[in-house]
Ligand binder design. Structure first.
Ligand SMILES: *Cc1c(COP(=O)(O)O)cnc(C)c1O
Length: 385
């Protein structure tokens, strides 16, 4: 055992693999519930795209959260993990007919609709089944988030949502469709957001939009503010839980809900990121002309965030107590982007040592690919090891 890791158990498992600390996941879920249960009508839907490992989904469902899906496959994964349709919301700019039909068959809580053509197809498909689809309109609030450009989603230039100026005509159009019931407004401004001012800006925008709706005598039952709360990638040991209090307090203080309105959140990363690590074995220590490399058996097919978003993940040698040395930690893939970290200090590392790439529970296992004909990494929980 070094730190939180059962290293002896790890020795018998084929690397690389994901390891999930379910105690930390449960603690995170308790922290979320402690904040939200103080408010009437607040609901958290876990954003399944962050990690759809069935064992984690089950724990999240048991904690009482709903699910936020962005594909038919995710709806199926949630149904399998026991989420009731009434706790599933479904978003996405490109919903295929079979996916809409699946949502209708499962009587999901709500479709988060991103365009008029999509609205009309949902109306048609619902009519064919003799059903009424509940929809919320995803509005593009044109609120920038202080995060990586590839993961901001709430700017006018992004492909997501309906422009604010179209809000009233779209809702009025929808209210004339027989098989559509408009129940809410939906927003999501981006991911890995640590500046509460960004969420505050979203609240201000929603307040303005609600005022405008009121002038048109339109009232919605639900406001869904999406997710996006970030985590501390630098200090997974010292700061294992995101600042849920600051996050939820921002909405409590700044968002003006109308009486009876419910408030929905869609947190993904904040729920699962810190409980997961990618465990990889050191294959070789290679001393180059100017630096030394720890070549490991994981590559970007297993964890693509560093290559895709220049993301930082803390790395620890969980087998060594040798004095620290400086390494580039790199994978076996024949591309220069296959680097997990440059010039970092690790406890002296030798062939065979296991490294833990931390804070990898979100957008890790789920984004893994079989590039280079590699096997997908398996996810193990601390419950089963
Ligand atoms: C990705 C996404 C989320 C979750 O984002 P996190 O940053 O992981 O909290 C929530 N809602 C929608 C619509 C999304 O696309």
């Amino acid at each position: 055992m070094k730190g939180i890791f059962p290293v002896d158990r790890f020795q018998t498992i084929r690397t690389p693999f994901y390891y999930y600390d379910t105690e930390l996941l449960r603690q995170t879920l308790r922290a979320i519930n402690a904040e939200t249960s103080r408010h009437e009508g607040w609901h958290v839907h876990y954003a399944v795209k962050a990690n759809a490992n069935p064992k984690l989904l089950t724990i999240i469902r048991e904690a009482g959260l709903g699910a936020d899906c962005v594909s038919g496959g995710e709806i199926e994964a949630c149904v399998k993990a026991g989420f009731p349709g009434s706790k599933i919301v479904y978003a996405g700019v490109g919903k295929a007919d079979w996916e809409i039909n699946l949502g209708l068959d499962r009587d999901i809580f709500c479709f988060n609709v991103e365009s008029i053509p999509e609205l009309e197809i949902i109306n048609e498909l619902a009519a064919a089944k003799g059903k009424v689809a509940r929809v919320a309109f995803r509005l593009n609030p044109n609120v920038g988030a202080h995060t990586h450009a590839n993961i901001t989603t709430g700017l006018a230039e992004n492909k997501f949502g309906i422009a604010m100026r179209d809000m009233v005509p779209v809702i009025e159009h929808a209210s004339r469709l027989k098989n559509i019931q408009v129940v809410g407004l939906h927003f999501h401004i981006g991911s890995q957001i640590l500046d509460m001012g960004d969420f505050q800006a979203l609240c201000n925008r929603i307040n303005e939009l609600q005022d405008e709706l009121e002038r048109h005598r339109i009232r919605v039952e639900h406001i869904n503010v999406g997710g996006g709360l970030g985590i501390d990638y630098e200090h997974p040991n010292r700061v294992p839980l995101p600042d849920f209090k600051a996050y939820f307090d921002t909405y409590a203080k700044k968002l003006k809900l109308r009486s009876g309105q419910t408030l929905h959140f869609e947190l993904g990363r904040a729920v699962v990121a810190q409980c997961g690590s990618l465990i990889t074995r050191t294959l070789y220590i290679k001393k180059g002309a100017v630096k030394q490399f720890a070549i490991v058996d994981a590559g970007f097919p297993d964890l693509i965030r560093p290559a895709l978003y220049q993301a930082y993940h803390k790395i620890e040698n969980i087998c060594s107590n040798e004095p620290k040395e400086t390494y580039d930690v790199v994978g076996p893939i024949c591309e220069s982007t296959d680097v997990f970290a440059k010039q970092i200090d690790l406890d002296g590392t030798k062939r065979g040592d296991l490294l833990a790439i931390r804070s990898a529970g979100a957008y890790g296992e789920i984004m893994a690919s079989g590039y280079n004909c590699r096997q997908l990494p398996v996810g193990y929980t601390s419950d089963e090891l």
